[in-house]
Design a binder for this molecule. Sequence first.
Ligand SMILES: *Cc1c(COP(=O)(O)O)cnc(C)c1O
Length: 386
Amino acid sequence: MNQELIYLDAHATTPVEPRVLDAMLPFFTQHFGNPSSLTHAYGWEAAAAVKQARETLAAAINASPEEIIFTSGATEANNLAIKGVAEAYFAHGNHIVTVQTEHRAVLDPCQYLESLGFEVTYLPVQPDGLIDLNELESAIRPETVLVSVMAANNEIGVLQPLADIGALCQAREIVFHTDAAQALGKIPLDVRAANVHLMSMTAHKLYGPKGIGALYVRRRQPRVQLAAQLHGGGQERGLRSGTLYTPQIVGFAKAVELGLALMEPEAKRLSQLRQRLWQQLSQLPQVYLNGHLTQRLPGNLNVSFEQVDGQALLLGLRSVVALSSGSACSSEKTTPSHVLSALGRSESLAYASLRFGIGRFNTAEEIDRVANAVIETVRSLRQITV
Ligand SMILES: *Cc1c(COP(=O)(O)O)cnc(C)c1O
């Protein structure tokens, strides 16, 4: 691959950090035992590594180790949380509240539940991408069993007020789930302080391997009930059967450990790079920032360009920088981003948008090269269309 191509798509995925890979490697060939094989040392070794990883992950979010359920990623964690609560609380009610700007891995399980007879409220957002807490409060009904609001948005990076939402749900005795796939290791997360009951996580947005994630499931005050979605060997307290993927679990924990250690300096460095990029891009006329200016992930910038064709813009940039327009999953389709539409952006502005995901390995020099390329491409496209 072209090594000159600058990677600015950190919300889609990130490379595995070399120290994470080093931690994983012995568990493929040497310590390959099944963590459930408790009759011999191969199993004990693997079980000890999984135990340690579970403790690391739990400590990172102020949970207890037994509250961590390993999954294949955040998609599976979201499915387990949403369908698992819907099934377990069915006798209490059939109403779910979520938000229009959620990831498809939250919206689609909700839509699936609608097909089974559940009712779902999709809350709108304000023009800055934040939900209105009063609207959330008035959406809650006596039969509401679940509120699902993401921690950090994967397109516009906007951070929702988790602690406020948690307090509201705690007072109403409603289960609160948050998709923290983008937030883990980037911003502080404390499931106790924020009254979060279920939290989805993934390793590959945090310089860990793909194919591993976890769901935090609260066991005390309250003890959250969940119906398993995968049945089999009874691993993970029966909530998620299947042989534990030791190398990925070890890598996940290492990625979280590094993410926490680097969180403060990285947040500062990334927001400076983000600011540097926005300062240059905003010199162009008719460019718009999507999402709240400061209440967002440090490495996220999302910009719409007036009078530019979105596809042509991406085509013009693809030899310089790897990024996406809208979310990676929706950029194959020709519909505008549902997130930008929810902000009230017109169809043409939603199409003509770029999502910059600045990550751990990007430099100021790369940011300047990207800014120049974007400015040049936008200018030349505008000359053609005008
Ligand atoms: C990436 C992402 C997911 C999906 O995570 P996987 O681990 O790839 O399944 C879910 N939600 C959000 C917000 C994401 O950014």
